[in-house]
Design a binder for this molecule. Sequence first.
Ligand SMILES: [Zn+2]
Length: 486
Amino acid sequence: MLKVYNTLKREKVEFKPLVEGKVGMYVCGVTPYNYPHIGNARPFVTWDVIKRYLRKRGYEVKHVQNFTDMDDKIIKAANTEGVEWNVITDRYIKGYFESMDALNVQRADIYPKVTEHIPEIIAMVQKLIDNGYGYEIDGDVYFSVEKFSEYGKLSGRKLEDMMAGARVEVDTRKKNPMDFALWKSAKPGEPYWESPWGKGRPGWHIECSTMSLKYLGETFDFHGGGSDLIFPHHENEIAQSQCCNENYNSFAQYWLHNGFITIDGEKMSKSLNNFFTVPDILKEYPGEVVRFFILRTHYRSPLDFDRDRIKEAQAGLLRLRKAWDNAQELIEKYTDKKLESKDGAFAELVELADKAEKDFYEAMDDDFNTALAIGYLFTLAKDINIYYNKVQNEGAAYDAESFGRLYDVYAGIAGVIGIFEGSLEMPAEENAEDGLSAEAIEALIQERLEARKSKNWARADEIRNSLKEQGIILEDSAAGTKWHRA
Ligand SMILES: [Zn+2]
């Protein structure tokens, strides 16, 4: 029995699909104005494993994940570069897919974009107005949170408390400071679409209500994202969808949220200069290592991006790979040389395989506990290596049937975790003994940052030049300093 932690219920509950054998899932995607950062990578790796597991359990899964391809940040980036907004979104949607491919994240079935769903969004905003939940002022349309009695049910907040904590610079035109925008009137020079309320563009939250309705219907199984999206984004999605739907209690049944990522124990932020993009990290570690590192921790627990722990994950993954190679070597040798198999000679291998498989399903059925599941992979790797030694070095008989079963279970679990799917190429710098290590470079960049803060320009330039001599190029931007090898 699959149990999942439903944020809406604040407990683990049994998962029962709305339609037998089928699962609909909606995952909030990225705003493509920059390369995805490591915090973005976690939900997508998490949902990828959830999807792989549900498929292994025999469900037919439909996975929808949006791109918020119109937003203040996109407009700002386009203005900074002096290009059209879609130059920015095209570039970073491509960048998103490159990063996710490197992390072995399988594609969703549908990637709807806001700008391709404007008529549907306008229709939903109009319906919210018609149903008495939306109101228009000067070309802006707001959702009236007081009208929706269940507002706050996902995040467990009370409207009175939210209002007390509302910031001072409230828009006095709104009926309640917590009311949120469904449609925003266009400021001069901004991209816009024609609407019944004049030129404008959608508010942030409405797209997910509109696009989940279009592709999954009024009610569907899973809705996911990072825990930072619980409020206000998912709370607002619930309000919009429930107030539009025919059945008031419809919309997503199970809300799953992954925990935060910290960097060396600190919150990730541009001001702390620890804002790592996935492409930055992929210069240091193979995507499979980063993926494996993410999945060694249960998805709801906080995860600290610490280089020692990534090194540990890398060493662990290499051990699993070694057993994988050993197993394949045995199977190929048997097939190539047409050796005789003594089927059933090592029936204990089947027992080990059965036990590991049962343990694996139990771990994953318990709210997708990948940390535990990976532990069983290590047990199987040990079993594989012991048998490999017996056959290769001690002259034991080859039992194709029993070993085949062990191998199948190992491969099946690895397929859900999403490893061994390509060659594991270690980045060149990882092996460059004589070059500066990534840690040493980061330390020098930090020292340079401090030198600049204290206006010690000479020292700052010295560090830049000394790194350059060693083939390390620094690039400063508003997001901090990035480096690459020349
Ligand atoms: Zn969303």
